[in-house]
Design a binder for this molecule. Structure first.
Ligand SMILES: Cc1cc2nc3c(=O)[nH]c(=O)nc-3n(C[C@H](O)[C@H](O)[C@H](O)COP(=O)(O)OP(=O)(O)OC[C@H]3O[C@@H](n4cnc5c(N)ncnc54)[C@H](O)[C@@H]3O)c2cc1C
Length: 291
């Protein structure tokens, strides 16, 4: 990898001003698990690499009442998986981080890198969309928040501007009546990315009526897929097997899946139908927040 200039800012202010200066030539590198593969395979050839490695103040996990979990972008996925705070406040999220790749990758890959990469077959994005999480992004123009529902724009494409750094992930606390689950279905090695990933978050009334439901399918299209008309079928109803099957059918017919080495479009449609149902059932069987 010849002639690449490495910049190593020590503050976020320095990072965004360097990015602004080298706007068209620079690429951010965090854990490097995806970037190094792209560089080695000559898929990208930036003249400047801006490493976030020295921004250790972006490596934290906190909880703020009324806001929720706040995870710094440089936090390793493994740290988020093992964090007692994430496990206590949101077990489904801790479980999801724990299912990414393998321990070696999770020790190096960062939470911010996973979201910024926007790979269609990553695990956390669909869960975080279903949980209505949001991220903070910084640039020389200041800070802004982006809901996860608006972050993913296409294959490896986000709504982050070229000169923005993703700095924080915020996950609102589930309510005492929230039920959630994530199931990843792999067709190759257990460490591979999923063929289909399904997240379900249900807000249940104490009498067993569903107040609100969010179901998001990952790895089946360029971005996480949420079908509002199918979610609406659950509102105000008891979650019977018949209704859950109807919702599974509605997701399968509304999504136009991709084909890749993990499964054909036809196969993915069948798996969407099956795993929408299983994930809703798993969420309902789970205790509060996925425990
Ligand atoms: C063998 C292997 C298996 C994997 N399996 C899975 C899997 O099963 N499930 C899964 O979800 N993921 C999987 N991954 C993906 C892995 O989670 C990502 O590679 C990782 O999350 C990227 O994080 P990173 O910190 O290494 O990012 P980097 O490689 O450093 O960067 C990735 C991209 O994000 C940008 N970027 C990074 N940080 C920021 C930031 N803070 N602000 C703005 N842009 C930023 C970079 O410019 C680059 O475009 C796998 C990866 C490997 C290598």
């Amino acid at each position: 990898m010849p002639n690449i200039k490495l910049l190593q800012p020590t503050s976020i202010q320095e990072a965004v001003s360097m990015l602004s200066e080298h706007r068209d030539d620079a690429k951010i590198i965090a854990g490097g698990t995806a970037m190094v593969i792209m560089l080695r395979n000559r898929l990208i050839a930036p003249s400047v690499l801006l490493s976030l490695g020295r921004l250790q103040n972006l490596r934290y996990i906190r909880h703020e009442p009324g806001i929720g979990l706040r995870i710094g972008a440089l936090t390793a996925i493994r740290e988020a998986e093992l964090s007692p705070l994430v496990r206590e406040k949101n077990p489904t999220l801790a479980q999801t981080f724990g299912e990414v790749a393998n321990v070696r990758v999770r020790n190096t890959a960062t939470v911010g890198g996973n979201l910024s990469e926007a790979d269609y077959a990553s695990d956390p994005p669909c869960v975080l969309v279903a949980m209505r999480a949001r991220v903070k992004a910084n640039s020389v123009r200041g800070e802004r928040e982006i809901p996860l529902t608006e972050l993913f724009q296409g294959f490896y494409e986000t709504s982050l501007a070229q000169d923005e750094v993703l700095t924080e992930l915020i996950i609102p606390d589930p309510s005492p009546t929230t039920r959630s689950a994530y199931i990843r279905y792999v067709t190759r090695s257990s460490e591979d990315r999923p063929c289909v990933g399904l997240a379900a978050v249900l807000e249940m009334e104490p009498d067993g009526i569903c107040k609100d439901m969010r179901v998001v399918a990952g790895a089946v299209a360029s971005t996480p897929q949420e079908i509002a008309s199918a979610e609406a079928l659950a509102q105000g109803h008891r979650m019977t097997d018949k209704l859950i099957k109807e919702i599974g059918d509605a997701y399968a017919s509304a999504i136009d899946p991709i084909s890749d080495m993990r499964g054909s479009d036809w196969y993915r449609k069948q798996m969407i139908r099956v795993f929408v149902c299983r994930t809703i059932q798993k969420a309902l069987a789970n205790g509060r927040n996925g425990t």
